[in-house]
Design a binder for this molecule. Sequence first.
Ligand SMILES: Nc1ncnc2c1ncn2[C@@H]1O[C@H](COP(=O)(O)OP(=O)(O)OP(=O)(O)O)[C@@H](O)[C@H]1O
Length: 282
Amino acid sequence: MVEIKGLSKTFRGGFRALDNVSLCFAQGEMVALIGASGSGKSTLLRHISGLMAADGGGGTISIDGQSVQKDGVVDRNIRAVRANVGFVFQQFNLVGRLPVLTNVLTGGLSRMPLWRSCLKLFTAEEKALGLEALARVGISDHAYKRASALSGGQQQRAAIARTIVQKARVVLADEPIASLDPESARRVMQTLADVNQLDKSTVIVSLHQVDVALRFCPRTVALHKGRVVYDGPSNALTETMLRELYGSEAEDILGGSNSSLTRPAAPAPASFDSIPALAVAA
Ligand SMILES: Nc1ncnc2c1ncn2[C@@H]1O[C@H](COP(=O)(O)OP(=O)(O)OP(=O)(O)O)[C@@H](O)[C@H]1O
């Protein structure tokens, strides 16, 4: 379980990117993080991974009961926590000159003795696991190519294979499909959904494509100016709510009258802090 309580982040110059965020993600959930550009999605993911420390003032993040950070200080055992957290970023974070399989096997490095991880010596069993993970994401044919020779979508799937080898309980994906064509994007999202369903990993994915969030993620969290303004079933989001959320970006994000979002609203569950609250929150 990922638990975030009272988290705020103020950047130098006084800009508040996260404003008292409290969220809880149960093990095995697949959750979309949406919101206009600059709403705080990447900042939140960086905090969950312990790459960034929040403001002091009592905010906490824990994963499976292990502290990631507390009161503005990243836990000193963060490496142990990170061993269970996989990352898939928009900028493909593979080492381009190394073979795809080597990149995937680095997912297991944190569980290896230090001397072996330094030398990147992998056993036959580890290689078999890496090849199995590549087969699962549908790119085993590319195992021995340089990572830089793969397409963007294939690189993202390799990054997901790395989280499989890592046995990550939580996968944080920051705009993993932002620079992909629609078919590659669909395959990457399907691969993330498979990891979520087969491995029961918690997947938290920031997305600009609301249609994709609706299709793959049962739950959506929407941020506006660093605040959570919606947390509930993706299929209860309405076009009106989304237009309010995205403001001037709405036309680009939601498209015209053919958008799959132009449909009647589902009844909103009582627990929603619905988008109309933006008027109050802003
Ligand atoms: N290191 C930083 N220093 C100062 N301001 C920052 C820093 N990182 C992010 N910000 C600001 O914090 C806000 C939130 O940024 P963030 O990248 O989290 O937004 P986002 O929702 O992921 O946006 P996008 O969808 O465009 O990637 C933005 O206004 C951004 O300019």
